[in-house]
Design a protein around this ligand. Structure first.
Ligand code: A2P
Length: 351
């Protein structure tokens, strides 16, 4: 992520809801790294964690309850505490004037809420948006790569296969993996999945739906269409949980409306914001989760024509799911709001 300039007269009261969780922890780290101008840091988690301390910018902060956090009227609340928590509490924060950036799936498909990947569609944001949805991790990295290609050649259809890290399921999945890796058999209540994740692949991310797809697969369908502003694009997906400790990979087969030149595709990707092309076959260089770890870019490689269809392309897309797939994207939304004076004191000053 590039260094960011902020309007220096403005400072922000920032709540991180779900601060003790995997994504919450990375959100704090990204806020620190980006020098986001936090005048007051408000760490929030469930009643279980109230009174515990978390570190932010080298200082200890005491975790407080939702009710106390709402009473503190933060300018921004970045949520990663699950859909139910978000459905219940995001409107309560919004009612006291807080802008909520929510990482759960609760609001993503609500037609009154914006679903934002800053490189693609930050321009849809306004000061009136009090609950803003952060897309699903797999969707974020994919649309960063696809948006500039869609603009150039028009995407007709996508066939997606994902290889998703267990860290995307949260703390419990990490505990399950670590127990299994050390040779222990987790108790039923310690299992995040129906089966072992160590030395295994689970074609089952989130719950199964009536159409026999998983909810994760349908998030890729619906969220991609919403962000790219089309309801026509054909999209089909298979989402697989893999024993990778951080980082989602995706094989994406693209069918364009219009013919393309493969060198032009590579150039468009190289020039696009937020993307690093890693496609040097002679030197065996291609994107991998290990390489993407702790980085903010979306890595794209294995860029090649699919000769089995007209206007077909294959891509391999990898990103750190806890960073660009969650925390970094949320912080980038907050940065955009602040830079464009759409939040807190800055918004009021321009109202
Ligand atoms: P806690 O640690 O107190 O349970 P993960 O997805 O990594 O498991 O993290 C989930 C995060 O959401 C944790 O910080 C968790 O807090 C928080 N959380 C879960 N339920 C609630 C709730 N009802 N209110 C506030 N925070 C919650």
């Amino acid at each position: 992520m590039p260094d960011t300039e902020y309007p220096n007269v403005y400072t922000m009261k920032v709540a991180v809801v779900g601060v003790t969780g995997l994504v919450g922890t990375v959100m704090c780290k990204v806020l620190e790294e980006q020098g986001f101008p936090v005048s007051e840091f408000i760490p929030v988690a469930s009643e279980r964690s109230v009174g515990k301390t978390v570190q932010f910018k080298g200082k200890d902060h005491t975790v407080i309850s939702m009710a106390d956090a709402i009473a503190a009227r933060p300018d921004i609340a970045i949520f990663s505490a699950g859909g139910k928590t978000s459905l219940k509490f995001a409107p309560q924060f919004a009612a006291v004037g807080t802008t909520v950036i929510d990482n759960s799936s609760a609001w993503r498909m609500d037609p009154t809420k914006k679903l934002v990947v800053p490189e693609v569609n930050a321009n849809v944001l306004s000061a009136e948006d009090k609950i803003i949805a952060n897309p699903n991790c797999s969707t974020i990295q994919m649309v960063v790569a696809l948006a500039p290609l869609h603009e150039a050649f028009g995407i007709k259809r996508l066939v997606i296969s994902t290889y998703q890290s267990f860290t995307g399921t949260g703390m419990q999945a990490v505990k399950q993996y670590n127990l299994e890796r050390k040779g222990f058999e987790p108790q039923a209540e310690e299992m995040a999945y129906h089966y072992p994740i160590f030395e295994n692949c689970l074609p089952h991310c989130d719950i199964f739906l009536e159409n026999d797809y998983t909810k994760e697969e349908m998030k890729l369908v619906h969220e991609t269409r919403k962000i790219l502003g089309t309801d026509k694009m054909g999209i089909t997906a298979t989402a697989v949980r893999v024993p990778v400790n951080g980082g989602h990979s995706e094989s994406v087969n693209v069918e364009f409306e219009r013919p393309f030149d493969i060198e032009k595709v590579k150039q468009i990707l190289r020039d696009a914001e937020g993307i690093a092309v890693l496609d040097d076959l002679e030197n065996n260089k291609y994107p991998m989760p290990l390489y993407a770890k702790d980085k903010d870019e979306v890595f794209v490689g294995r860029i090649r024509r699919d000769a089995s269809i007209e206007n077909g392309l294959n891509l391999w897309i990898v990103a750190d799911n806890l960073r660009k797939g969650a925390a970094t994207n949320a912080v980038q939304i907050a940065q955009y709001l602040l830079q464009h004076k759409l939040v807190g004191e800055a918004a009021m000053a321009t109202a």
